[in-house]
Design a protein around this ligand. Structure first.
Ligand code: ADP
Length: 782
């Protein structure tokens, strides 16, 4: 292995008891130890990567670093399920071998620096020969053992990489813990195959002898006798293991539950046939655990449970109003929807999609809808889902299979007609494991979703009574067919005034309650409230605001307890005591006029934002440099602007030959954030003209607009969000395209009054208003 193949990573570590995991293997297991749960949580905030390594002795409860092996597997956490009690069930996929370099910490959870060990990709004659031998042995093993589905062979025979082949076969063959560890520690893939081959050959010998014994016994007794004999044998074994009563009692228990559960016919038949299989197996066999989990799933699903809808419009309006401030459009649309439902109960309504920046109450208003309708609520986040199986589940034959998230959500809902929220439908992606959007299409299609099939369940489940609602930050990344199926409701960012009201009426009372304080025990003055909004948060929604209020309540709780007070008052003067120094300044006055620096306005998935653009001109030979992660569209618009400036240099008071003697560098700060779109055209031209002519740009002015080569200004989107962002940044004048004039009326009134809007149809108008007038400029200079 060359040096480049190795890489050290620091990862949370989880000691496995009596289990091992190989790369390429999917495994599920239950975690109960607090330390291990902390490791898992750490992994979830850290690309879901975790280092799994076996304990030398499974019985040790609180292992130290000496109690675990040195070599384990870096794995990806695919799913976490909370089980009753403090246990969680995790599904992980092994990624690569790694060896501990050193243990970084042992508490509160294990963390280790590990060195990744990759298999060398080289293949030689020897490895080819070893692979063939291993395949032969494994094929025979599959035939003899009767435990592995023959389909596995098909998958295994496609593997071309020797190391991977060894790992995959290892995960199917019955091996002792110490043998598995030995295989894990074999970094060289040929050595690994050799070792494994030895183990498989031994297992084959054992299996052959077992067979021989079986054949002899069979010959001696005829069929009836044989069955009787087998049953007696089974009983005898179960007696011996003290399981008989256990199994019978469990079978009875399940039988009762199945009969009581009012399952649809198909589900009932399936459950009973699985129970039959269960009865024939020992309590201890691995398969019986799988069947039990499966039966529990069937029994836990709300096949026939329904809540009764409350279609009282007045009640609905009251619930929505009492829990949320503002959001008039959303509330109206929902009431309309309910009214139509009331008139036509069988109507299969469109699927609503709430689109808007984070923290504007999309999720929480959906909860209120459920409450207003008297339906249960369940949600699933689609953010980061790449694999269709996460939605539709894994086949039962897959090790550690569980149902997909839809079925999981239905179980949590506890009724077949809940309000089911799909959060972040714009954040799904697809890869080679299938497109989750296809599965979502089926789920959301009223023609198909009454027989939704989960791969694990293998039974149709009726989703037609579910009210699906989705949320998204932007519609740009929602797959077209899904988008067509949904009705969009826009939820936009809040003004200071709205934030103040939401904070005062909803967030503060909620936080006071959550922190166990009495009503009225935390008093925040209006001034302090506005300071929190302007100086401690900068966002379209109210999430940070809620967090700041929570922080104040926590501090207040301590003060009330420690100093035995009744209430705490927060004012502008003592705010620093609660929240520390302000994070942001509401920049009203410190916006200075600068040369080559312009405030643009952008519209992103997170709401509106300011987009500063800087231009520097230097001696050179006419290069145009663009930095700051600009997207293609934005780069093109910079070039368009550059050409325009070149063509009109003289009128603009710029040396005609600048492009021969100077380089121009355009940069959009916060270089790590990708930016795109055509609406920064005017911003770039203005900053270029300012930098080349030396005339400063007004610091109190922001702008947005697309430009053409002839200097026309074209309309843009998101004016409302952009204006809110400008207001947050203390801007007092915005230059916008003339064609956007009609959008001004949608901007909340108190913002509209504080900002002067200048309409521009050409770049001349933009420059005239943005550049500091010659006279002022000279005055300022002197
Ligand atoms: P989103 O789903 O849009 O990201 P959330 O629903 O998580 O936002 O909202 C964040 C927090 O702000 C929640 O506690 C929510 O109750 C609160 N909130 C947002 N908008 C409002 C509003 N208009 N009235 C009352 N509370 C609100």
């Amino acid at each position: 292995m060359t040096k480049d193949d190795t890489m050290t990573k620091v990862l949370p570590l989880l000691p496995l008891r009596g289990l091992s995991i190989f790369p390429h293997m999917v495994l599920h297991f239950d975690v109960g130890r607090e330390k291990s749960i902390l490791s898992l949580e750490q992994a979830m905030v850290n690309e879901q990567l975790i280092f799994l390594v076996s304990q030398k002795d499974a019985k040790v409860d609180d292992p130290s670093s000496d109690d675990i092996y040195k070599v384990g597997t870096i794995s990806k956490v695919k799913q976490i399920l909370k089980l009753p009690g403090d246990t969680v069930r995790v599904l992980v996929e092994g990624m690569s071998r790694a060896e501990i370099v050193n243990i970084v910490q042992e508490s509160p959870y294990f963390e280790a620096a590990v060195e990744e060990k990759h298999d060398s990709k080289e293949k030689n004659v020897e490895s080819e020969a070893l692979m063939r031998k291993l395949m032969e042995a494994f094929e025979e093993y599959v035939k003899l053992s009767n435990q592995i589905s023959p389909e596995v062979m098909a998958t295994v025979s496609d593997i071309e990489d020797p190391g991977m082949l060894a790992d995959v076969v290892s995960s199917y063959v019955y091996l002792k813990q110490s043998q598995k560890q030995e295989l894990l520690e074999a970094f060289n893939s040929n050595k690994r195959i050799e070792k494994l081959l030895g183990m498989v050959t031994y297992e084959l010998d054992v299996l052959r002898i077992e067979r021989k014994i079986g054949v002899k016994v069979k010959k001696q007794i005829d069929k009836v006798q044989r069955e009787y004999y087998l049953k007696e044998q089974l009983k005898a074994i179960q007696d011996e293991l003290g399981e008989k009563d256990g199994i019978q009692a469990e079978v009875e228990k399940y039988k009762k539950k199945i009969n009581k559960a009012k399952l649809p016919k198909e589900a009932k038949e399936k459950a009973l046939s699985e129970l039959d299989r269960f009865e024939k197996m020992g309590l201890m066999s691995a398969e019986s655990g799988v069947i039990r989990t499966y039966l529990d799933w069937i029994l836990d699903l709300p096949w026939n449970k329904e809540t009764k809808d409350n279609l009282d419009i007045k009640n609905a309006r009251e619930v929505l109003e009492s829990e949320h401030y503002g959001l008039k459009d959303v509330k109206d649309r929902i009431i309309e929807y309910l009214a139509i439902r009331k008139l036509n109960k069988s109507m299969k309504g469109p699927i609503l999609c709430l689109v808007g920046p984070p923290g504007v109450g999309k999720t929480s208003i959906v909860k209120s809808i459920a409450k207003a309708l008297n339906r249960n609520f369940t949600r699933m986040s689609l953010g980061g889902i790449k694999d269709e199986a996460e939605i539709r589940g894994h086949r039962k034959t897959y090790v550690g299979a569980i149902p997909g998230r839809i079925i999981y959500g239905m179980k949590q809902a506890g009724s077949k007609n809940p309000v089911f929220l799909f959060d972040e439908i714009d954040k799904m992606s697809s890869d080679f494991r299938g497109d989750p959007a296809d599965a979502m299409l089926e789920v959301l299609d009223p023609e198909q979703n009454n027989t939704f099939r989960d791969n694990y369940l293998e039974l149709p489940f009726d989703l037609s009574k579910v009210m699906f609602i989705t949320t998204a930050n932007t519609t740009d990344t929602i797959p077209r067919p899904l988008l067509d199926r949904m009705e969009l409701i826009e939820v936009s960012g809040y003004t200071e005034e709205e934030k103040y009201n939401i904070g005062r009426k909803h967030l503060l009372p909620k936080q006071i309650k959550e922190n166990g304080l009495k009503e009225g025990s935390v008093v925040i003055t209006e001034g302090a409230f506005r300071d929190i909004i302007n100086n401690y948060t900068r966002e379209s929604g109210v999430r940070s605001l809620e967090r700041r209020l929570a922080a104040i309540c926590r501090k207040a709780a301590t003060m009330i307890v420690e100093k035995d007070k009744d209430s705490v008052k927060v004012t502008s003067q003592n705010l620093v005591k609660f929240l520390g120094q302000p994070r942001y300044r509401f920049e009203v006055s410190d916006k200075k006029d600068k040369v080559g620096v312009v405030t643009g306005l952008a519209w992103t998935a997170y709401g509106g934002d300011t987009l500063p653009v800087e231009v520097l001109v230097m001696q050179g030979n006419g290069k145009l440099e663009l930095t700051g992660q600009l997207g293609d569209v934005m780069k093109e618009s910079a070039r368009t602007g550059y050409s325009y400036v070149r063509a009109h240099a003289e009128e603009l008071g710029i040396d005609r030959n600048f492009y021969k003697d100077f380089d121009v560098h355009i940069h959009a700060p916060e270089g790590a954030v990708p930016k795109d779109g055509p609406s920064a055209g005017v911003t770039m031209v203005t900053s270029m003209v300012s930098a080349l002519s030396g005339v400063p740009v007004r610091g109190d002015t922001a702008m947005t607009g697309e430009i053409t080569l002839t200097g026309q200004v074209l309309p843009i989107g998101g004016l409302k969000e952009k204006s809110l962002a400008a207001r947050r940044a203390g801007i007092s004048q915005i230059i916008i395209p003339s064609e956007n004039e009609s959008d001004i009326k949608e901007i909340p009134e108190n913002v509209r009054h504080k900002i002067k809007f200048i309409l521009a149809d050409s770049i001349d108008v933009v420059l005239k208003n943005a550049l500091v007038k010659e006279k002022d400029h000279d005055n300022k200079k002197s």
